[in-house]
Design a protein around this ligand. Structure first.
Ligand code: SF4
Length: 512
């Protein structure tokens, strides 16, 4: 394809709605056939935008379907047309230039405008399908020097983002600035992964292994992990890299015994990954049945200052249905223990859409969590991904009840309770096309989360399944560094995995 779409496109619309086909028929569409050039970026964009309009739709790239959307890339323009139940419905032609290369962003704009006309409604994020829209606002403000208002206007103009979403993205970008800047090449954040859980939640697609009753898996894993911590710590000292924030995540790190947690934290301290100047030190004690006052006391003694306790729902029926063997009362009990030990910052996660909960049920969970006053509260939108039990069992249909009005209600409720959004990312195919938003009480943003989302600082990943990023300030780009996900492979190949990864970090950092 050697042609390019004009910057300011011209759209010739032709609604060829047949008499017997009405907009109401769109609501009956279950299968969609996309007939279009075999060009992966266009196909991905078309699929993602269509999924945003029809989250339960079955989208194929050929064959028979209730609706056919055909994209024809011809010299005179790009034509997109729709047939609904075999009747011509709508057609748009976008003028293109003949002498430039087509670009997937422009295609996405065309396709979005076609769908907006077809479904007769805009999407809140307009033509943006990327998962980190805050980065765009951040770039406008920090890179181009625009004000928050100007960044909002630009997002609305270029991507057709709604005023509310533009304000959300630009507001978060503004809050990130004092955390992210000034950039310092010698500062890094460290993520230590413990991908082991006491049981598997049905919605979870994360590669975590279930702990065995005898504790062999945890013991073997800890041995390899401590070895990696010592080696990476020594390497970081040599490279004059100092830890800014430290995050021990999972899985469920609190599945380790008190002694194992002690050994882990002692190794981190001896390797100077824990020191008195850390800006934040987080430990995920996600499931309350794995947390005890003894473990909390050890965490506190080693300087952990942010604890995650994740209810996901405060509805006992839902907790049981998704395979979490604790109750809402357990969450409240452990929360009191956490405060009793003196932790000043607690994060709690909730997921909207679990077990076909109604919005009202979710809001009841939200009220119960807000009443505890955690400093950080993350609201996730359920997204059924490959690798989860839910997906393997045929998924679950997204309920249309979780719409933009629902998420607005969540936002307003939290604003009234004193919470403001400090980080946000979108998930592909999330319930109600909603975002995952981290809220905080004013003045208590999660620093690691902010840095990870802003992608302006190097993150060193330690342990199975951890992913790190090496940031290059000169080019404002980063490279990812992965560690093998499977814990048994990590345990077996130990030193080889560590050597390969350290060399990878070394090479990338040398390129700076
Ligand atoms: S959601 Fe968390 S606790 Fe549940 S299986 Fe996944 S990683 Fe483990």
């Amino acid at each position: 394809m050697n042609r390019c779409i004009k910057m300011g496109f011209h759209m010739n619309k032709r609604r060829t709605q047949a008499k017997e086909t009405t907009s109401a028929d769109l609501s009956r569409v279950k299968t969609i056939g996309l007939i279009m050039p075999d060009y992966a970026p266009w196909r991905t964009a078309a699929r993602e935008l269509l999924m945003a309009y029809l989250p339960n739709g079955d989208i194929q790239f050929d064959g028979e379907a209730d609706a056919i959307i055909r994209v024809v890339d011809a010299p005179e323009g790009l034509t997109i047309e729709a047939e609904i139940f075999d009747q011509p419905f709508s057609e748009c032609t976008f003028e293109v230039k003949a002498d430039e290369t087509p670009d997937s962003e422009r295609f996405k704009t065309f396709f979005y405008h076609f769908l907006k006309d077809l479904f007769n409604r805009p999407l809140a994020w307009g033509s943006l399908t990327g998962i980190k829209p805050v980065k765009i606002a951040h770039h406008y403000m920090a890179g181009e020097g625009l004000t928050r208002r100007q960044a909002m206007d630009k997002m609305m103009r270029i991507y057709d983002v709604s005023a509310e979403k533009a304000a959300l993205a630009a507001g978060i970008a503004r809050r990130e600035m004092p955390i992210v800047y000034p950039l310092d090449d010698h500062l890094v954040s460290v993520y230590v992964g413990i991908p082991i859980c006491p049981a598997k939640c049905s919605y979870c697609s994360f590669v975590s292994t279930i702990a065995d009753k005898k504790g062999v898996l945890c013991a073997d894993y800890l041995q390899g992990l401590i070895s990696e911590i010592r080696q990476m710590g020594a390497w970081m000292i040599k490279r004059q890299l100092r830890v800014d924030t430290l995050y021990i995540g999972g899985g469920t790190p609190s599945v380790l015994s008190v002694r194992q947690i002690e050994r882990l934290l002692a190794a981190l301290k001896e390797s100077r990954l824990v020191h008195s100047k850390l800006r934040e030190f987080t430990f995920e004690a996600g499931r309350p049945e794995t947390t005890t006052p003894e473990k909390l006391a050890v965490l506190k003694a080693f300087g952990v200052d942010r604890l995650c306790l994740n209810p996901q729902s405060m509805n006992n029926e839902t907790l049981a249905a998704v395979g979490r063997f604790h109750t809402a009362a357990d969450i409240e009990r452990v929360y009191r223990q956490i405060r009793g030990v003196g932790f000043g910052c607690v994060n709690m996660d909730l997921i909207a859409g679990l077990n076909q909960e109604t919005p009202a049920q979710f809001l009841t969970s939200l009220d119960r969590v807000v009443a505890m006053r955690p400093e950080n509260l993350t609201v996730h939108s359920l997204a059924i991904k490959k690798g989860s039990r839910m997906k393997a069992a045929g998924g679950h249909r997204y309920t249309q009840l979780y719409d933009a009005a629902f998420y607005d209600q969540v936002h307003q409720k939290l604003a009234v309770a004193g919470y403001e959004p400090y980080y946000m990312y979108r998930q592909k195919y999330a319930q109600g096309n909603g975002e995952n938003i981290g809220y905080c009480l004013t003045g208590h943003p999660g620093i690691y989360n902010t840095l990870m989302m802003a992608e302006k600082q190097t993150i060193i990943g330690i342990g199975a399944g951890s992913s790190g990023k090496v940031y290059h300030a000169q080019t404002d780009r980063f490279n990812k560094v992965f560690t093998v996900k499977d814990i048994r492979t990590y345990n077996q190949r130990g030193q080889q995995v560590i050597d390969q990864k350290r060399t990878h970090y070394q090479n990338l950092i040398n390129q700076k």
